[in-house]
Design a protein around this ligand. Structure first.
Ligand code: ZN
Length: 310
């Protein structure tokens, strides 16, 4: 397969699983992660290091990391909200830490019970910890509610960009933008990523888009056209938003890979094998709805992956 043009970062085992009620058994998680790796996925956010009493779905985070790091060529990422979580994630052997930093004042307090300024301090503390004990590990700040917030409504764009810059100044290797609640539109995505890239250059990070209002793919394409090359997505769109019944949460990995491959933009991911990776996901979460137009409709007649690029 040709060298990938974009990196599809699978977030289902973290973002997806922590949004559903049921807890997937560890053995199913490992089978699912293996199947994603077999399909060619090369970055997976496998877990969140938070207290098990808050998120029982993530109680096996260390075990999942210790398995995932055995898969060749895979970047194993974990979400850490604080220094304690970062210590546990580093001890388990992750390759990359991602921190959720809310641009919305209200969401930050509700989600991590810290102000935005306190979260920047947290980034600084974790960057120092990383430098001291695991300098090879990457640190990413994901600016959540960057396109709007269910609690606060509008989030001023200047504040989003300023926070992303502050996170990099505090020691993060990159800051990406997340549409946590599915409010973004393509014009806004273009504007914000253009500003982010102008401020941060190659330290501008991933686009994390949700499909709550059906604009997930359009928003990813807008980000791509602004030069973004890393995209978060979730297999089967796992993580449906509880406030929008019937709508998937994260952008569906299968549909995103199909869009790029049909355009001749190489993802390094085999769509057939990617769709096959839905089986262990569904086996581990019986009854949980999974989404995706491409898996339902099938590939177009005569479709050859990546052909348009040739
Ligand atoms: Zn998400």
């Amino acid at each position: 397969m040709p060298h990938p043009d974009v990196l599809i970062s699978e977030v289902g085992p973290r973002d997806g699983l922590q949004s559903v009620q049921a807890t997937m058994p560890t053995a199913d998680k490992l089978r699912w992660i293996d199947a994603l790796h077999v399909a060619g996925v090369r970055e997976i956010e496998v877990a969140s290091f938070v207290p098990a009493r808050l998120l029982p779905q993530m109680a096996d985070a260390a075990e999942v990391v210790r398995h995932a790091v055995l898969l060749p060529g895979l970047t194993v990422m974990a979400l850490v909200p604080n220094r304690k979580g970062a210590e546990a994630a580093l001890a388990a052997g992750v390759h990359k830490l991602t921190m959720p930093v809310s641009a919305s004042v209200a969401h930050s307090l509700a989600n991590v019970r810290k102000t935005r300024e306190e979260m920047v301090q947290e980034v600084r503390a974790i960057a120092a910890l990383r430098r001291d004990i695991a300098p090879h590990v990457k640190l990413e700040a994901g600016i959540s509610t960057a396109f709007g917030c269910t609690l606060q409504g509008e989030v001023p764009e200047d504040e989003v960009i300023r926070l992303a810059v502050q996170c990099v100044e505090a020691g993060a290797d990159e800051s990406g933008l997340s549409d946590t609640v599915g409010y973004a539109n393509p014009a806004q995505v273009r504007r914000l990523f253009r500003r982010l890239r102008a401020e941060l250059g190659d330290k501008a990070g991933a686009a994390h888009m949700h499909n709550t209002r059906g604009l997930g793919l359009a928003n990813c394409l807008a980000a791509y056209e602004e030069g973004v090359r890393t995209f978060d997505a979730s297999l089967g769109g796992l993580g449906g938003c509880p406030y929008a019944p019937g709508a998937s949460g994260n952008v569906v990995t299968e549909d995103l890979v199909f869009m790029f491959e049909a355009m001749g933009v190489h993802t390094g991911i085999d769509i057939g094998r990617l769709i096959a990776a839905r089986a262990p996901l569904m086996a581990g979460l019986p009854g949980e709805p999974v989404y995706g137009m491409t898996p339902e409709a099938g590939l177009p007649k005569g479709f050859i992956q990546g052909k348009a690029h040739a």
